[in-house]
Design a protein around this ligand. Structure first.
Ligand code: NAD
Length: 271
């Protein structure tokens, strides 16, 4: 039964490409809980994806923005504040892309122009976005900003490639900017470190089927789905988590604290 955890809260959701996207599920759950939002994505993704359907379903407007462009972000925030006639309460950064991953470049042989582009989209965009929000004083007090991360920021997953370094940077930006956002504006900033999830970005990682199965076998609660991640994000946007900030929060069925599970031992032990 729907609740109203986010009643009267307004925000921006980045990154809903199709119905598998974590941002798509988040938009649905936020809507269910009474929140309103502007949907945004890179202009090309708005043209190619199915975000129109989501906008209709959630009674939202779409304002395209390339997360690497200050002028696009400025325009997005201005349009959002105009639409809601005031400041906002929550922002989801659900953006990731590595050209090296896409083109199958090995980590020991990266193309550094592609690395810079991927870092700009996946990591520096989080700083850029928060800087725009901060300078425009666009967030209400006790607002909440969340970005999505992955455990390759802390541990080695060879095929995650330069995205591992992008996630480490993203998590650091959450802490560094979160300090100023907390002190000056009482806004919290966190990252959620999500289980492997079958989305366009997820499935683009080489060996994805292997590591989603491995994570499933390692995690006592099993992998967290996109819809479960959406629920967790709703809790972080709600007033029930007002003092949670500067955290990287693992949402992974327990994977991050495991050494080995019986299922993995059984699968590699010759009978
Ligand atoms: N799928 C997984 O296994 C997994 C696990 C942990 C974390 N994450 C993270 O979750 C987030 C969302 O990814 P997803 O799995 O839902 O995949 P997805 O492919 O559905 O979403 C990625 C989004 O990034 C957007 N994007 C790319 N370049 C952009 C730009 N320049 N400006 C604005 N938006 C841009 C894409 O259009 C797309 O909507 C990413 O940060 C990803 O790294 C994913």
């Amino acid at each position: 039964m729907p609740n109203e955890l986010l009643k009267n809260k307004k925000g921006i959701i980045f990154g809903a490409l199709d119905e598998n996207s974590i941002a798509w599920k988040t938009a649905e759950k936020v809507h269910e809980q009474g929140g309103s939002f502007v949907l945004t994505n890179a202009p090309v993704a708005v043209r190619m994806g199915s975000i129109d359907l989501l906008a209709k379903k959630t009674n939202s407007i779409i304002v395209p923005a390339d997360a690497t462009s200050n002028s696009d972000l400025d325009n997005l925030i201005d349009e959002t504040m105009k639409h809601f006639n005031g400041k906002i309460d929550f922002v989801l950064h659900s953006i990731g892309m590595s050209i090296n991953v896409r083109k199958g470049k090995h980590y020991t042989d990266l193309n550094h122009d592609w690395l810079t582009k991927g870092w700009n989209i996946s990591a520096a965009s989080f700083h850029r976005l928060m800087q725009c929000l901060y300078n425009k004083d666009a967030m209400n007090e006790w607002g909440s900003i969340v970005a999505l991360s992955y455990m390759a920021a802390q541990r080695v997953f060879p095929d995650y490639n330069d995205m591992a370094d992008n996630k480490a940077y993203l998590e650091s930006v959450a802490r560094s900017f979160g300090y100023f956002f907390g002190k000056e504006k009482k806004v919290r900033v966190n990252t959620i470190s999500q289980s492997p999830t079958p989305t366009t970005a997820g499935k683009g990682v080489k060996g994805f089927d292997g590591f989603i199965d491995y994570a499933e076998k390692m995690s006592p609660l099993g992998n967290a789905t996109a819809a479960e991640c959406a629920n967790y994000t709703v809790s972080l946007f709600s007033d029930l988590t007002k003092k949670v900030t500067l955290q990287n929060l693992f949402h992974d069925g327990g994977f991050s604290n495991m050494g080995v599970s019986q299922e993995i031992i059984d699968s590699i032990t010759k009978k």
